[in-house]
Design a protein around this ligand. Structure first.
Ligand code: PMP
Length: 314
């Protein structure tokens, strides 16, 4: 679906595209003017294909488009396009319990933009791929290291939107961490280097007795759809959930730590290493993260009653 600068996608038509052609001078290639989203479709036991809160991804793309000076599809157009994509690819949606169809909407400046200025034309497209678990080892505890030199986001920058340019700055820190045997990195805030922010593509929560805390999304952290859903589920279980500024030292006191995101869903963190000191956390069947994971995936796959009204058929 295409539209010109200053217009909207209301006249656009969705069609099968396969590979796309891009001008070498396109805004996406030269200025990184692009946003993406990620959501999953699950197959239920009775063959239905379920989507989880797709309008939240549509809204996030709209907010991101405003920040990146791009036109965005309406929420209805976005959700309808996601549904059409899932239905067109339904044979690729894995059987229940075997994974999901990952759906990747992309919005980008495809018209030429030689100067540092918004592109003259925009394209919205969606592709999809069947996926299993995010981490190769499956739902096993991950081992994080706190990154205190490289940062992924700065205040008033684009850290809170899903800009394509947010991801390659993460690779160097991620590669360094993996070389040392860690699964991923935990970023600190770029101003003080004191407060925890997020992992490279998921949000973080810490558990201390009955209190679950997650960093507030003050402009540098992506406000994950999974994050918001887990906050609601945890509150419905009676946990006290706080969105607050979290000093890195709080990691030393936590009973449990876990990550959330569309790809990882809810993943327990087995340890975090900060300034060479490794702290271990509770994981396993009794962990809070397990309870939250089971409830969230149960709702997403149609196994648990969706009292929140979060799922809808494709
Ligand atoms: N933070 C970052 C940087 C991400 O890329 C993602 C994945 N979209 C998340 C958090 C989690 O967001 P969501 O739960 O919406 O997938």
């Amino acid at each position: 679906m295409k539209c010109s600068k200053g217009e909207n996608f209301s006249q656009g038509n969705l069609h099968r595209c396969g590979n796309i052609e891009l001008s070498p001078a396109s805004g996406i290639l030269n200025n990184g003017q692009g946003l993406f989203e990620g959501l999953k479709a699950y197959r239920t036991d009775d063959g239905c294909l379920l989507l989880f809160r797709p309008e939240q991804n549509a809204l996030r793309m709209k907010i991101g488009a405003e920040r990146m000076c791009m036109p965005a599809p309406s929420v209805e157009q976005f959700v309808d396009a996601v549904k059409q994509t899932v239905i067109a690819n339904k044979r690729w949606v894995p059987p229940p319990g075997k994974g999901s169809l990952y759906v990747r909407p992309l919005l980008m400046g495809t018209g030429p933009s030689l100067g540092a200025a918004p592109a003259s034309e925009y394209t919205f497209l969606i592709y999809a791929s069947p996926v299993g678990s995010y981490y190769k080892e499956g739902m096993k505890p991950t081992h994080l290291v706190v990154e205190d030199k490289l940062h992924r986001a700065f205040p008033a920058g684009t850290g809170a939107v899903k800009s394509i340019t947010n991801y390659s700055p993460v690779f160097k820190a991620q590669n360094q961490a993996k070389t040392k045997g860690f699964s991923d990195i935990l970023f600190l805030d770029a101003v003080n280097g004191k407060y925890i922010e997020e992992v490279s593509s998921c949000n973080i929560f810490i558990v201390k007795e009955n209190v679950i805390s997650t960093p507030e999304t003050h402009g540098t952290i992506l406000n994950g759809v999974t994050r918001r859903s887990i906050i609601d589920i945890a509150r419905s279980f009676g946990y006290q959930v706080e969105e607050r500024v979290i000093p890195v030292e709080d990691l030393l006191e936590a009973d449990e730590v876990f990550c959330t995101g569309t790809a990882v869903v809810v993943n327990p963190v087995g340890s975090i290493t900060y300034k060479g000191k490794r702290v271990e956390y509770k994981t396993g069947a009794e962990a809070t993260s397990q309870k939250l994971y089971k409830t969230l995936t149960g709702i997403q796959t149609g196994v648990i009653e969706d009292k929140m009204g979060w799922v809808q058929p494709a």
